[in-house]
Design a protein. Structure first.
Length: 115
């Protein structure tokens, strides 16, 4: 926890650059001071076919952040904004870059460490 899933297509990020984007999201999450660095997980899911605004395979990035409940709306908004700013700096030509943050409910979350 937390999990950051970067959704994109083959026209936005080349596979050679994936590590750079994973690191950028990781670093922004660390800089937010909301999480322990060792808990941050970042993954890329690439879509072979996509449509954005009626355009096939149009470049896009959407980051889905899943975090444990307890952060304020302001903290979550600042996290989203900082990651979108960073990604926009890296890919200013990509017209669709967005992020949202959703909370895990602590009472229903379970992982192996709780066994």
């Amino acid at each position: 926890m937390p999990h950051f899933l970067l959704h994109t297509n083959n026209n936005t990020i080349t596979s050679e650059k994936e590590g750079t984007f994973l690191k950028a999201i990781h670093d922004e999450a660390v800089a937010s001071r909301l999480f322990a660095e060792s808990d941050i997980k970042v993954r890329i899911e690439r879509f072979e076919k996509s449509m954005v605004g009626g355009k096939l395979d149009h470049p896009f990035i959407h980051v889905f952040g899943y975090i444990m409940q307890g952060r304020t709306t302001e903290q979550k908004a600042a996290l989203s904004k900082s990651i979108v700013i960073k990604l926009n700096e890296m890919l200013p030509h990509v017209p669709a870059i967005a992020m949202n943050v959703s909370d895990f409910e602590a009472t229903t979350y379970f992982n192996k460490a709780k066994l």
